[in-house]
Write a protein that binds this ligand. Structure first.
Ligand SMILES: [Fe+2]
Length: 424
């Protein structure tokens, strides 16, 4: 009986598809300079064309000194009519004719926690929070590959629980960095919409990279980076064809450069990306330079080069301190590397790739078996097989960045220290 009742609820929920909310998919993305600004992304039904963003400091409990700004939505059909799945497993076509809002909020005080809400069509969103940067010392949570998929809520649940585990380890952290594949099919708007209802999306700024799954439709036809672009409001400082997809921002003393692997499959695509990265590094001096992409640096099972061989000379040249990736679902961390050799801390780039975190789509790997390739470069590997969950805690000070891999119970599995790299 109980089971029949829950099935009925699921069917009802699937039919409703969050139609009751006038403001939805609210999420906080970085602005180029997170010390003074933040980008807020949300959507409304197409009948509503303007919305008010109200922002205040968290100690202003009654919103008495809040700032209100009106923003106009832009009609968006990127996700309309995409083949999808309801939570109950039923097939359907997404009906997504929305107004999309990309709101830049400037004139922020540095190193301050803010709260905001969106008011539109007589509806007020939940209160969301973020912290502007400013301190030399800050902390973040790094996670990837949870492939949110409506019929299998356990995937999202595992990842969100893992974020709570990182919160307990390093409380409070300031924001969340994701390394792609946070949805199973980025073309399915309802997956993003449901994901944005999770608490960590209300409590933190999220910065991420486009994963192959985020870029994908259910049919694998018509794949596009517009899904990733229109599901958030990333800075429009990328290069041609990649605006709002590839971007850079600074948090404290760290310059983050975010890449899109889907448009770097060819040599031409790689060259276009590297040309842009070179300019970004030249024009934005920072103590630490971090490059993020989705595809792995190494194949975790054998240790064989993957994207490492396409990027390592370039990272050597630019003095990149840390290169982060996901996708392989096997964690790999390296020693600092320069010119293909292990070097002293601060003399080369450290490469790290995350595991999956959905307790379902992990990769099997015999960790006891010696590495076939790169045994000197690779410092540590980890996976739990199919049912893998982990995330990293990142702590940054002027002296060093410390990245700690945690399992689902908060057990420390690997600690990697990363130092500023100086190049002329
Ligand atoms: Fe993945």
């Amino acid at each position: 009986m109980k089971r029949i009742f829950s099935i009925c609820i699921m069917v009802a929920l699937a039919g409703a598809t969050f139609a009751q909310d006038k403001v939805f998919s609210v999420t906080t993305s970085p602005a180029e300079n997170t010390k003074r600004g933040m980008n807020i992304s949300w959507a409304t039904d197409k009948a509503i064309t303007t919305a008010t963003l109200e922002i205040a400091r968290t100690n202003d409990s009654n919103w008495e000194n809040s700032r209100k700004e009106v923003f106009h939505g832009e009609y968006c059909t990127t996700f309309d009519n995409q083949y999808s799945k309801h939570p109950n497993g039923k097939n359907f076509y997404e009906d997504v004719k929305i107004n999309k809002y990309n709101a830049f909020v400037g004139k922020l005080r540095k190193n301050t926690v803010y709260k905001y809400r969106i008011i539109a069509g007589g509806d007020t969103s939940d209160v969301h929070y973020f912290k502007s940067s400013g301190r030399k010392n800050w902390e973040a949570c790094i996670i990837s590959d949870f492939h949110a998929y409506a019929p299998l809520y356990g995937r999202t649940e595992s990842a969100m629980k893992m974020i709570s585990t990182v919160e307990q380890y390093g409380k409070p952290f300031d924001w969340v960095l994701h390394l792609g594949d946070i949805t199973a099919w980025g073309g399915c708007y309802s997956f993003w919409q449901q994901l944005y209802e999770e608490e960590p999306f209300k409590n933190y700024m999220w910065a991420g990279v486009n994963g192959n799954h985020d870029n994908m439709t259910r049919t694998n036809k018509g794949n596009t980076n517009k899904f990733f672009r229109d599901a958030a409001a990333y800075p429009l400082n990328g290069y041609e064809g990649e605006l709002g997809v590839c971007y850079f921002f600074k948090y404290g003393d760290v310059l983050f450069i975010m890449l899109n692997n889907e448009n770097m499959r060819t040599e031409e695509g790689l060259q276009a990306a590297q040309k842009w990265v070179r300019e970004v590094v030249k024009n934005n001096p920072a103590r630490y330079k971090v490059v993020c992409e989705h595809y792995q640096w190494f194949f975790g099972a054998s240790g064989k080069d993957s994207q490492y061989s396409r990027w390592s000379d370039f990272f050597d040249e630019l003095g990149i301190s840390l290169a982060l990736a996901g996708n392989n679902h096997i964690y790999v961390s390296t020693h600092p590397l320069y010119n293909g050799q292990v070097v002293d801390p601060g003399k080369g780039t450290v490469y790290i790739q995350t595991t999956s975190s959905d307790n379902e789509r992990g990769s099997e790997c015999d960790l006891e078996k010696p590495l076939e390739y790169n045994p000197r470069k690779i410092k540590f590997r980890w996976t739990e097989g199919g049912r893998t969950v982990s995330a990293m805690h990142m702590k940054v000070t002027r002296k060093k960045m410390t990245l700690t891999l945690l399992d689902r119970n908060g057990k420390v599995l690997d600690v990697t220290e990363v130092y500023p790299v100086k190049r002329k």
